[in-house]
Design a binder for this molecule. Sequence first.
Ligand code: ZN
Length: 340
Amino acid sequence: MLETTIAGSLPKPSWLAEPEKLWAAWRHEGAELERAKQDAALVWLKEQEAAGIDIVTEGEQFRVHFVHGFLEKVEGIDWAKKTKMGIRADRYVVDVPTVTAPVRCRGSVHGAEARFTRAYTERRLKFTLPGPMTICDTIADAHYGRRADMAMAFAALLNEEALELEAAGVDVIQFDEPAFNVFLDDVKDWGIAALHRAIEGLRCTTAVHICYGYGIEANIRWKQTLGAEWRQYEAIFPALNASRIGQVSLECANSHVPMALLRLLPDKDILLGAIDVATLEVETPEEVATVIRHAMAHVDAGRILPCTNCGLAPLPREVAIGKLKALGAGAALVRRELEA
Ligand code: ZN
């Protein structure tokens, strides 16, 4: 009960890439880079195990960014044709690559990484992929015409990849969909349908991660505009509860999401964000336990998996380690209370 996991990403060690930065450039090339990524993944497997994390990840050590790590191996994208786009409803304006032809995958993207990681841990292994809606909100379309159509095309590629990851021994496949919190009507119109396409034929556990973003400046400013109560989840939870996705990963630590909204997901496992990724302050186990106890007022403990609000990638390494330990210890605290 109260098995712990993390949203996905962890900081890159300073010898792999420049720390405390999203999109940091690699510090090695070729075979040396591959070895360095593997070494980094091993460090983080060990740190998660030592912290008492039950369902571990490779910390996204093999990719520069959670969306582009996947897109790099997709054909049909023109990386030189940059389009200026306001993503997440204009929260950031960036130059994004453009889809100019039908998208296709040149073989598996993360299969070898999953097989490598699988060989080094006895714990259950989670692997994260970008969700179709979030991909479509991070890339420009000069081919499909309708965002829903482009999402379905990417969902088919994600499905091939997910089947490959499952065959590699991955226990949980999670799709990261921060865009679900922004395009609330699209979630019901085509977002969940695209996720269903992405999980077709999978027998392993499936999850969707829906957060308010990394703890970076643009997101912190956005959150300040959302008012005293954040009710975005309320609009999408009924449709998510009716979906075939098994777990829903949410931002609950220091967030303004009313905990009672969790009642709208009675049939799902809840990956309960109990670690704030927007502060350098390391939570105490007691603070983590408090978030879990609040959630237990609305959700059976048997359906709660204490987790981080979002990825820990932009944080200093020591802070991330502290937060992993707090997560493990906080969950253990509540587990002992329940067993007493
Ligand atoms: Zn997130």
